[in-house]
Write a protein that binds this ligand. Sequence first.
Ligand code: ZN
Ligand code: ZN
Ligand code: FE
Length: 758
Amino acid sequence: MNTGCRIEVRGTVQGVGFRPWVYRLAQETGVGGRVRNHSLGVTIEAFGGMRALDEFVNRLRVQAPPPALVRGLELSAIPPESVDSFVIQPSAHGSDRVVSIPPDLATCPDCEHEVLDSGDRRHHYPFTNCTSCGPRFTIATDVPYDRRATTMGPFEMCKLCQREYDSVADRRFHAQPNACPVCGPRLELLTDEGLPISTSDPLITAAARLVSGQIVAIKGLGGFHLACDATRPDVVKELRLRKHRDEKPFAVMVRDLAMARTLAEMSPEEELLLRSPERPIVLVKAHERTGLAPEVAPGSRMLGLFLPYTPLHHLLLEAVDSPLVMTSANLAEEPICIGNDEAFRRLKQIADALLIHDRDIVTRCDDSVARVIAGKPTVLRRSRGYVPRAIELSRPLRAPVLACGAHLKNTFCLADRSHAYLGPHIGDLENLEALDFFESAVARMERFLRIRPEVVAHDLHPGYLSTQYAESRDESLKVAVQHHHAHVVSAMAEHGLEGPVIGVAYDGTGYGTDGTAWGGEVLLTELDRFERLATFRPIPLAGGDTAIREPWRIAVALLADAYEGEPPVGTDLWFPDIAEKRLRVVQQMIERGINTPRARGVGRYFDGIGALVLGKATSSYEGQVAVAWNLVADSQERGLYDFGFDTGAPDEIDLRPLVRGVVADICARVPASVISARFHNTLIEATVRLVENAASAVGRLPVVLTGGVFQNPILAEGVSHRLAERFDVRLHSKVPPGDGGIALGQALVADAIARKRM
Ligand code: ZN
Ligand code: ZN
Ligand code: FE
């Protein structure tokens, strides 16, 4: 007997070859009917015998092709129809909600082969893609995801491409950005004056220029890169000069895994992460000798590697046959460039040539950054390849929320019902360019996701641009969320925990409810509130934020505090490069408490002690000294220093004994690697003590570890290892532990608080 069934499919099912796959499945199982895309997902109406329908639905559930992600199937019976075929219907437009624009996908192996195959009609064509790969989010102008709603709209397909696009059996059936050398986007190479360089193959000419030592701006997927030969010290140094970038490491793109292995020691997990379809920059430890210019990552063995993720990259790396620096094209802290004119305007001073093309980028999307921590891939910067994939929430929200995120490393979050969507990496919200990018990205995501927020969450700090933006919005319900509360809830959300939990949030800084800078917090946390159980003894930051760039100031403050103003060795001996006058001024500031806000960030101890032991007075980018301090640690050393534990409300960890231990070790010429290990061991021990103490007061609740300091694998692994036996310990993985993950927590806290007010 013929029966009818409507199947609503939710998940990432558009732009990933899902409908053709459904079509083929229908053919195989002998089911008739139709399938269509709409802004909510995909609807299938299927007709056939009971057994055929059964098999059809079962295979839908379990066999979807890899780039598709079926989140749910909803079945309902409908009146049977006698149909003798199965058809793919054109997309329906509707005002109903949400989307499934997938993230941009790295070139698949099939497309890679075609591009490198001299017999293929797409040989050397840098914009080759198919239903399993290619640009998506960054070229989408609207939903549903359809060719005319992308920047491929203006390109009319040639006969061959159209045939592929229309043929259900083809790998490019309804591949929206489908293109070939005849009908698709084209490359052009420009001089730094914007004049076209005449060449039959702009890509090969660009490659030759890279080999000859030039800096070339290259239009990629989510923005422009600045590229140069990573093995030439003179060239990399020149790039640093022109880009005004001191010592912050550059990411390096390598041709393939084999080339990656020549540069770094990688675990199987790290290799897997490197090859994942999201293609993040993966932080790995470089070999002692790599052949890379030392200027790529001055003074650091931490290397950010990534593999090609567009055909253009594959072809370029093939032609250059050497690792390339590929860094976001911008000046210092500005957002990454996306438009051709903008690129020319902003990059002509930096690049010797620009490799551009005529497919527009709509949404900026920086490269993502990830690292293996405690054996698991952990996203540190979540952007291209991940955005706008949803994060599933364990309980639906009461009303749609916009969370404006943190001040530094900003991302925002739009959340509705059971899904939260983190936006692309915006960067530090410290200038108007970044604010512009933030505002336009929010507006676009609201449109894509058809989310109209009713609640706006923002940081507690009244002075942040994000707070001012939140206040300027029309929604009536605004909720201020404390920074570390948001960190903890973001980790809870990732694991579907609704609290209470013992949240350990260690970072550099975050505005506390008392108006001071917090950052070493143990919080008994629920979604709508928290109780501060413990913190760290504050450090006076002479000059405020200046002390973060000049960690010698933190070291001086730590010494003054630990020895009550009388360190055993003259402070001037620790930092011979710092003029005595400046040293005195800073000492006086600390003594008298002038312009020295007190901060409790655990990250500051890494900066201060690292600076002291490594003799590194200044930090040219955030976290530089902390990362160096982490990298030198000797993994065999088991020793640790004393620390104090002062009970109170909240309890306080006192690290003055640690400072005195470190000084004694330095005087006894104990190697930095041993001191670093002892320092880490002490922090692990102190954290374990804090958690156990908290548990004795509030019970053995799950423990979440969050905040930028837990990007440090020694600490993250050490603490979770020590607590694992007695506690359920959770670390971040899909959402950054640092401030890039905060928006998710803000959204959930705001929802929990808004429930009570609505
Ligand atoms: Zn492909
Ligand atoms: Zn074509
Ligand atoms: Fe933070």
